[in-house]
Design a protein around this ligand. Structure first.
Ligand SMILES: NC(=O)c1ccc[n+]([C@@H]2O[C@H](COP(=O)([O-])OP(=O)(O)OC[C@H]3O[C@@H](n4cnc5c(N)ncnc54)[C@H](OP(=O)(O)O)[C@@H]3O)[C@@H](O)[C@H]2O)c1
Length: 247
């Protein structure tokens, strides 16, 4: 692996998640200044990417040529095609990090099979599961290492991703659980907005409903983060109580 000062971080697939991760990494100074590389499929590269001062291209292999640590940030169904494209450019110095939901380390490690030579150098593969708030650097991320990724690669990845929120290394078997908890978790919390609408429909002034909903959210975070009280333990209303505002 290259020395940290020479680290170049690249993204194959310059969409929402790549931009969020790149912003976190660049702004937190976790990697040296550009050139980093971002590639994209058919559409134009977003101005936000150019604003970061990153080097951009429409050629995926070029990202591999210029960068050592490369995030694969296309949609999961495109990954087999992308792996095939980049395989000839992968060397033993590369650290390949996939964020594609549901694509296992075993599948990722099969990139070797696309190489033209019979000898396949060992390169590091890791798998990351971010959640949507990573795009504003407030995410919860877990990652797992493939067989060739060591302590050094894991430490490096954790240091980069910590710029985008909470980051923990876990066994790969936790990854789907994390998706359910943290990916869907954002949607569960957003359901509070529906409760607030319900309160307004039932006659509460919207400013008050807004304030109460915000206070409920705040105190729930305190319970979860500081007091370590599982949120489902508090006393539930008796069955005779109205279920509203969820209706
Ligand atoms: N968003 C989330 O909350 C979230 C959470 C967990 C995991 N993930 C994972 O993150 C990955 C990216 O998600 P996203 O939300 O960032 O998707 P996205 O915004 O659609 O970004 C995907 C990018 O890949 C580009 N692309 C398409 N074909 C390509 C190719 N052959 N080579 C290179 N780039 C190509 C697309 O460009 P064009 O638009 O030009 O086609 C687009 O810029 C997915 O695998 C997803 O499972 C996302």
């Amino acid at each position: 692996m290259e020395a940290r000062e020479e680290l170049r971080v690249g993204f194959v697939g310059a969409g929402r998640m790549a931009q969020g991760l790149a912003q976190g990494v660049v702004r937190a100074g976790r990697a040296p200044p550009p050139p980093h590389g971002l590639s994209r499929g058919t559409a134009c590269l977003a101005p936000e990417v150019a604003d970061l001062g990153c080097r951009t291209t429409h050629c995926n292999s070029e990202v591999l040529q210029h960068c050592t640590l490369v995030f694969l940030t296309t949609k999961p169904h495109l990954l087999p095609e992308v792996l095939q494209q980049i395989a000839p450019a992968v060397t033993r110095d590369h650290i390949i990090v996939s964020v594609a939901a549901g694509v296992t380390l075993q599948t990722l490690q099969q990139v070797s099979q696309f190489r033209p030579q019979s000898y396949c150098p060992r390169f590091s593969v890791l798998r990351v599961v971010p959640n949507l708030p990573c795009v504003v650097q407030e995410g919860a991320v877990v990652f797992a290492r493939g067989s060739c990724a060591g302590e050094q690669e894991a430490t490096l990845l954790k240091s980069l991703l910590s710029a985008c929120g909470l980051c923990e290394e876990t066994p790969e078997s936790y990854m789907d659980i994390h998706t359910g908890l943290s990916g869907s978790g954002v949607a569960y919390v957003s359901a509070l907005a529906l409760a607030q609408q319900g309160a307004v429909k039932m006659g509460m002034p919207s400013a008050l409903a807004n304030k109460i909903a915000a206070q409920t959210l705040l105190v729930s975070l305190d319970f979860a983060l500081c007091l370590q009280i599982p949120p489902l333990n508090p006393v539930l209303p008796p069955p005779s109580a109205p279920n509203a505002p969820f209706f």
